[in-house]
Design a protein around this ligand. Structure first.
Ligand code: SF4
Ligand code: MG
Length: 331
């Protein structure tokens, strides 16, 4: 069952003088109830913008986001207000996203007050204590201020606030990237435990494949506003099809020093081009070691190259210029 569907989503920013930044340029994916979907790519690929458009923090340029069968961009008034309970966001920098002048109790209470959930202060405090305990803090923390906490604890406060309205979907935008490595695993464990208890659906945004490998059921890889590849986590790591994914994966060291690294190194050269003036055809072609003539002429189609394995790359077209059949060429 689908929790969230993103269809041909676009977000362009008009910068004046006729130039347009195509931050997200027609991506599609779906997230099933109770799963963790990892959305991965280098900075500037459009992954955070995607999260923010889904949350309705930015207006979309085109496309649809469907939650519980409803197009969220078409909702208005009460329906839109209610939808805000369904989806909540956790941010990369827990410090920047917490008001320094509010106590922890005030921070956590805010969304609940906006939605008018309480009839008494006693009821409100009970719920705040409950939420603090759910994220591994306790009631003694309620009257303290964000600066009194460590980075990991602050992220726990951000998580408590996100849970306050009992959401179904949580969009986590690089929730552990700003934390010490020693704390990252604790926060990931907490998120996993909460998912199990509450049946939450996660969209987990990260810049690094190694960060989402273990927690994601499925992963989408983005490059320059486009989706390059999407499949299950295990399939992506064992059988990456897109040259960009192959390059990202070959940059991750094999953790066990006794295992010899026999993978072919795929090195990508150069910088990410500007999304203001992206390359013609395949947006990855300026850095792709496999680029062919057709890559400059035609944008590759987003297609299912293997079962439950989507990719946008001409190597997997069945007929490029009538010359060859792909999958043979790719292998
Ligand atoms: Fe590389 Fe061409 Fe595939 Fe793009 S379409 S990833 S340039 S081979
Ligand atoms: Mg970002």
């Amino acid at each position: 069952e689908k929790a969230l569907e993103v269809r041909q989503l676009k977000k362009h920013f008009h910068l004046g003088k006729g130039s347009t930044l195509k931050a997200v340029d027609g991506i599609s994916f779906e997230i099933y109830k109770g799963e963790t979907f990892g959305l991965v790519g280098e900075s500037g690929c459009g992954k955070s913008t995607t999260g923010r458009v889904i949350m309705n923090l930015y207006d979309p340029t085109g496309g649809e986001v469907v939650v519980n069968g409803k197009n969220v961009f078409r909702l208005q008034g009460e329906e839109q207000f209610q939808l805000k309970k369904t989806m909540q966001m956790i941010f990369q920098d827990p410090y920047a996203s917490l008001n320094p002048r509010s106590t922890v109790a005030e921070i956590i209470a805010e969304p609940m007050e906006i939605h008018g959930l309480f009839s008494s202060r006693k009821e409100k405090m009970k719920r705040i204590y409950e939420l603090l305990e759910e994220v591994g803090l306790n009631r003694d923390h309620a009257n303290r201020y964000p600066h009194e906490f460590s980075g990991g604890q602050r992220q726990r406060i951000g998580i408590a606030r996100a849970l306050a309205l009992d959401p179904e979907i949580i969009i986590a935008d690089e929730p552990i990237s700003a934390l010490d490595v020693s704390v990252q695993a604790q926060v990931v464990n907490l998120l996993e435990q909460l998912q199990e208890e509450k049946g939450l659906t996660y969209l987990f945004i990260a810049h690094d494949l190694s960060m989402v490998q273990h927690i994601s059921d499925r992963i989408g890889v983005m490059y320059l506003g486009h989706m390059a590849e999407l499949t299950t986590s295990s399939e992506l790591y064992t059988n990456p099809l897109h040259p960009y994914t192959q390059a990202l994966l070959s940059a991750i060291p094999i953790p066990d020093p006794d295992v010899e690294d026999e993978r072919e190194q795929v090195i990508i050269e150069g910088e990410i081009p500007s999304p203001i003036d992206p390359p013609s055809g395949c947006v990855f072609r300026t850095r792709c070691p496999m680029a062919m003539d057709v890559c400059a002429e035609k944008m590759p189609v987003w297609q299912e190259a293997e079962k439950d394995h989507m990719v946008a790359c001409h190597m997997y077209d069945n007929d490029v210029n009538g010359v060859w059949t792909t999958k043979d060429k790719a292998k």
